[in-house]
Design a protein around this ligand. Structure first.
Ligand SMILES: NC(=O)c1ccc[n+]([C@@H]2O[C@H](COP(=O)([O-])OP(=O)(O)OC[C@H]3O[C@@H](n4cnc5c(N)ncnc54)[C@H](OP(=O)(O)O)[C@@H]3O)[C@@H](O)[C@H]2O)c1
Length: 380
């Protein structure tokens, strides 16, 4: 088995740095050939000096100039799309809709996409799906729930038949068990205190509203072709069961491990083999209990909004995701309260124009339009 060439878009973030950590422990199985960031100059220069990639992509113009000056021997470019040109597998660890070009370009070039960036698939599902038929193009999910389902389906030996439903587990986030009233004045700091996972700020806020789980429902629909009536969410506070597949005979296959994103990252990079470095192995002598409960959709209405947008289809998921990004950014910068997040998304979705996308420009248009409406709702 030869060395796998890896490029990481979003290399300075939570998933990006954990990917590099896994590669560092994998003793020459992988070569880091590309790194991509938004604007973190010092961090990406340090990573490039260590990993010696061929290409570094920097979205922000000023940051790019500084990175190019510091790394004269490296090709420093603007577009993250350059990463797929030099790699066998691209990890899309960009946060938000900005990850779309990475998803598209990797599949267009017939490469494996280790997909953490759920927003690109959710917003652009109808135009991403045909790209999956390109020879060599292949998505292996990094999101822990979808990676779990991928493993369960694979283990069943029958990936496309006899599936009754997918069961996505959710930790419930930092506000599990709280009432709507008690959540009226929660702070950013409280929302960022996730009980089981350490992640970037956007996904951590999404976990606190259950929008993350809603986005994952749409992601599961896109990845596995499962209907929305056959995707259920189960709250599981310990985050040990990462998701499950129920088959037509009632049997359920689950994937269990301690919460550690390096396991799904390692799975996606090593596929179809298993990684030789173990992460998240369970100590069964100390694992006391596994609890499960239904999600509280009265309090965490974002989950309902996501099902609603998913069922509408077309560009509705793009609108949902764009409105959510605007609302979460406004919450993180102190402009709105946590409880306003679903209100902004709901009000934006009411304006959805019903467009069914056929080309990527339709998705870009939908994203821009939804952001404009969401900003208007914020300003009202
Ligand atoms: N963190 C987790 O455990 C986890 C689990 C499951 C799924 N995910 C998904 O993985 C994705 C990344 O999450 P994260 O938590 O790792 O986010 P994060 O820590 O906020 O990191 C985001 C990364 O994206 C880069 N970036 C931002 N804007 C960019 C742009 N315009 N072009 C190129 N790169 C850009 C950032 O670069 P700068 O440093 O330069 O800003 C950074 O490297 C999200 O879609 C999330 O939903 C994450």
């Amino acid at each position: 088995m030869g060395i796998t060439r890896v490029a990481i878009a979003g290399s300075t973030g939570s998933i990006g740095t954990q990917t590099l950590d896994f590669v560092a422990q994998s003793e020459g199985q992988f070569e880091v050939v590309g790194l991509g960031v938004g604007s973190s100059v010092d961090e990406v220069i340090a990573q490039a000096k260590l990993w010696k990639p061929k290409v570094v992509a920097v979205a922000n113009e000023d940051a790019r100039k500084r990175v190019a000056e510091a790394l004269p021997e490296v090709q420093v470019v603007a577009e993250q799309t350059a990463l797929a040109e030099v790699a066998d597998v691209v990890v899309n660890a960009v946060v938000g809709f900005a990850g779309l070009s990475v998803t598209m370009s990797t599949l267009q070039q017939g490469k494996r996409l280790a997909l953490a960036n759920k927003e690109s698939l959710i917003a652009a599902g109808p135009v991403v799906q045909p790209l999956r038929k390109i020879p060599g193009a292949h998505i292996v999910p990094v999101d822990s729930e979808h990676c779990a389902i991928h493993q369960c389906l694979r283990s069943s030996g029958n990936e496309h038949r006899e599936v009754q439903r997918l069961l996505l587990t959710a930790s419930g986030g930092p506000f599990r068990g709280r009432t709507k009233e008690s959540l009226a004045h929660v702070t950013v700091e409280e929302a960022l205190k996730h009980p089981t996972w350490s992640m970037g700020p956007k996904i951590t806020v999404d976990s606190s509203t259950l929008m993350n789980k809603g986005l994952e429902v749409i992601e599961a629909h896109e990845l596995f072709g499962t209907g929305f009536d056959q995707i259920d969410v189960v709250v599981h506070p310990q985050s040990v069961v990462h998701s499950m597949v129920e088959f037509t005979d009632g049997a359920v296959i689950a994937q269990l491990s301690m919460p550690d994103m390096r396991l799904p990252i390692a799975y996606a990079l090593s596929y179809p083999q298993r990684a030789s470095v173990p992460f998240g192995a369970i100590d069964w002598s100390t694992l006391a209990r596994l609890d499960f409960e239904a999600p509280d959709t009265q309090t965490f209405v974002c989950l309902n909004l996501a099902y609603e947008a998913g069922r509408i289809g077309g560009t509705a998921p793009a609108w949902l995701s764009a409105a959510n990004e605007v609302a979460v950014e406004a919450f993180l910068s102190g402009k709105i309260t946590w409880s306003r997040i679903p209100e902004v998304i709901d009000a934006t979705l009411q304006q959805h124009d019903g467009l069914v996308p056929t080309i990527v420009e339709d998705i870009l248009h939908a994203d821009a339009l939804a952001r404009r409406f969401a900003l208007q709702v914020l300003a009202a």
